[in-house]
Design a binder for this molecule. Structure first.
Ligand code: ADE
Length: 221
C-alpha cells in the first residue's frame, strides 16, 4: 500500500510517521508513505499556499494552483484508488470504512488547513471526503495520522501477530474487549482474575466473551 499525503504543514506529520508500528511497516516495505510539502509546489518569492476567500469572511483558503500541480504530478505516475480530502464535513471514518480502504493499492490524503481548500480542487480530483469525527481540528494533518494508523495496522504483516487486528473489539460481535492484564499477578493488593492464570483456554475464551458483553452493556446504558 502506498499513501501520499499532501500538506501545507508537513512537519506535523513527519515525526509521528517515524515512530513505532508505522515506522516498522515502512521499514518492512509493507507500506510506503510519502509526505508532500505543498509549499514546494507554490510560486513566487513567498511560495504562498493560501489566500483570502472571495466574498469576504475570516480565515484563509488553500490556493488551487499548488494543489493541482502536486495532485496532477502524482496522478501522472500511477493510478489511485481514492483521492481523499480530510474534512469534518466528510463521511465519518469507522472500522468498516477502514477495512475497505486498507485494501487500496494507492491513496492520496489531502490535508486542509485554515478555512479549507479551494472547492475546485475537490470538484476536480477528490473521490471521497472523510471526517474522523464530529469536531473541528485546526488542520487535516492529525486526521490524516489517524487514518494512516487505522489503515496500516490492517495491512497483512504489519502487526506482529497476524490475528491481532482481526480479533480487535471492533471486529468482533461483542464490540468490546475484555480487560487485559500483565505481570505482576498482584499489584497494590489488586489481583489478576484467577481464570487468566490457570491456562485453561476454553475457560479464558468464555470469560473474555462475558467480560466484553458486560463492558458493552455498561457503556450502552
Ligand atoms: N479537519 C478538521 N477537522 C477534521 C475532522 N474532524 N476530520 C477530518 N479532517 C478534519
Amino acid at each position: 500500500m502506498r499513501i501520499d499525503v499532501i500538506s501545507a504543514v508537513p512537519k506535523i506529520l513527519r515525526s509521528p510517521l517515524r515512530e513505532s508500528i508505522i515506522k516498522r511497516a515502512q521499514a518492512k516495505k509493507l507500506v510506503r508513505i510519502y509526505v508532500h510539502d505543498l509549499r514546494k509546489y507554490a510560486e513566487g518569492k513567498y511560495r504562498q499556499v493560501d489566500d483570502k476567500p472571495f466574498g469576504g469572511g475570516g480565515g484563509m483558503v488553500l490556493k488551487p494552483e499548488p494543489m493541482f500541480k502536486c495532485i496532477e504530478k502524482l496522478l501522472s505516475k500511477r493510478k489511485y484508488d481514492e483521492v481523499i480530502y480530510l474534512t469534518p464535513q466528510g463521511v465519518k471514518l469507522n472500522q468498516r470504512k477502514a477495512n475497505k480502504l486498507s485494501l487500496s493499492e494507492n491513496i492520496i490524503l489531502i490535508c486542509g488547513h485554515y478555512k479549507g481548500v479551494d472547492q475546485r480542487v475537490i470538484d476536480k480530483f477528490v473521490t471521497m471526503e472523510l471526517s474522523i469525527g464530529d469536531y473541528v481540528l485546526t488542520g487535516g494533518e492529525t486526521a490524516a495520522l489517524v487514518v494512516i494508523d487505522a489503515l496500516i495496522r490492517l495491512v497483512p504483516g504489519v502487526l506482529g501477530n497476524s490475528e491481532s487486528a482481526l480479533s480487535d473489539s471492533f471486529q468482533t460481535e461483542s464490540k468490546f474487549d475484555a480487560p487485559v492484564y500483565t505481570r505482576p499477578a498482584e499489584f497494590e493488593g489488586m489481583k489478576v482474575p484467577d481464570v487468566l492464570l490457570k491456562g485453561n483456554h476454553k475457560e479464558i475464551k468464555e470469560w473474555r466473551h462475558k467480560q466484553g458483553l458486560k463492558k458493552y452493556r455498561k457503556v450502552k446504558k
